[in-house]
Ligand binder design. Sequence first.
Ligand code: B12
Length: 145
Amino acid sequence: MNITQSPAGPSILVTGTSSDSHTWNLVYLQLLLEEAGCRVTNLGACVPPVLVAAECLARDPDLVVVSSVNGHGGADGLRLIEVLRAQPDLAGTPVVIGGKLATDGLRNVGLVRRLRAAGYDAVFDNGDLARFRTLISRLSARVAS
Ligand code: B12
């Protein structure tokens, strides 16, 4: 686990999914968020849903960013959001997921819809970073005001 502090920005918890051992996606997201002035806790790769839930309860982040690139983001992502949303204290915590979510490398509209319906506030299939940056600047403005 890697924790960095920057005094005023939103607190963001970055995590990989339970089956995903890729790490540079997580490092990339951490650096992007820190450059945008966010305080980042990076839980790393292969994190079980119960551990993500425990860290969310302990830290009360402004946003949870889930990253998956190994092609199992759909199944892993659904299991994770079910565990998070089952906790009454996490029912309203903003949670987004992104990366390379399916195995065919193509945008999967049905999968995006299922992830949204299960409780994700936004889905960035194929890692739509421009839209992600917009979300982060809106969040930063809200936290600062
Ligand atoms: C290095 C690598 C590995 C290394 C990882 C080492 C490590 N410590 O990270 C090893 C060898 C372990 C590995 C293993 C596997 N890998 Co691999 N790996 C790669 C590789 C070559 C590079 C990944 C990388 O580091 N990229 C650099 C980072 C910065 O980029 P990124 O991960 O794409 O993340 C970017 C975006 O996706 C986006 N993003 C990511 N998450 C999020 C989240 C949000 C919210 C947003 C907005 C954006 C976003 O932001 C990042 C910057 O643009 C890619 C192929 C490639 N060229 O991308 C395959 C790749 C990811 N691997 C793949 C596969 C299939 C596997 C294995 C299943 C192979 C196997 N059969 O064993 C295993 C999975 C193991 C597991 N349990 O997860 C596939 C995934 C297929 C898919 N999703 O469609 C890829 C795409 C290769 C391919 N073309 O088939 N892999």
